[in-house]
Write a protein that binds this ligand. Structure first.
Ligand SMILES: Cc1cc2nc3c(=O)[nH]c(=O)nc-3n(C[C@H](O)[C@H](O)[C@H](O)COP(=O)(O)O)c2cc1C
Length: 191
């Protein structure tokens, strides 16, 4: 079965990002695909040290969860990321993950190419469009395919539970998740 990996970049295991990604996962499963959410809560993903050893070893030498997550992304057809907005940008650990994942993928036949997905930003009030754009840079340089929705993938909320009260935001990202799933099914049918 086709699978989508969703990564929550929040340190809050049950925070808004997790709750929003859970809604996305439900929509993906409803269309017959598998969905697995990986939370970065408690994981401490280190920044790339530019050692370049991944080019030769085909994996990252830093001792955290990156290689395990990279294998899951590699095996999946879809990759969605959600981040809380921190000072107008994505959370550092999530960007650390993307930057190291990009290099590991490049060392392994560019395995991110043609994966379908995109970013979602969760914020209290401001910085979400810049955060979406920041995360999109990773998708486009890796030949990934990003479908749209009826608005940008932005949800508003501060304390856990508030994001689910943003009806338009929830509707937008659910539609986005459905578009990811439908596109994967279309691409798979032609393979
Ligand atoms: C360090 C820090 C910086 C933040 N910066 C912003 C910000 O720039 N703009 C904003 O709208 N919300 C900001 N917030 C609020 C979070 O984005 C918001 O509470 C979000 O819902 C948290 O998602 P989570 O529950 O998944 O962790 C910040 C929160 C923290 C902890």
């Amino acid at each position: 079965m086709e699978k989508v990996i969703l990564v929550s970049g929040s340190p809050r295991a049950e925070g808004n990002t997790m709750q929003i990604l859970s809604r996305c996962a439900e929509r993906i499963r409803a269309l017959g695909l598998e969905a697995e959410i990986i939370s970065l809560a408690g994981k401490n993903i280190a920044a790339c040290t530019a050692c370049r050893k991944c080019a030769e070893l085909k994996k990252c030498v830093l001792p955290d969860s990156l290689n395990e997550i990279a294998e899951k992304v590699r095996a999946a057809k879809g990759f969605i990321i959600g981040s809380p907005v921190y000072y107008g940008t994505a959370r550092g650990d999530l960007m650390n993950l993307l930057q190291r994942l990009g290099l590991v993928a490049a060392a392994n036949g560019r395995f991110l190419s043609w994966k379908v997905g995109g970013p979602i930003a969760i914020n209290r009030r401001g910085g979400s469009t810049a955060t979406i754009q920041e995360m999109l840079m990773f998708y486009f340089i890796n030949e990934m395919i990003v479908p749209g929705s009826t608005y940008w993938n932005i949800v508003f909320g501060r304390e856990p539970g508030e994001a689910l009260e943003d009806a338009e935001g929830v509707r937008t990202v659910e539609r986005f998740a459905e578009n990811v799933a439908k596109l994967i099914l279309k691409l798979s049918a032609k393979e």
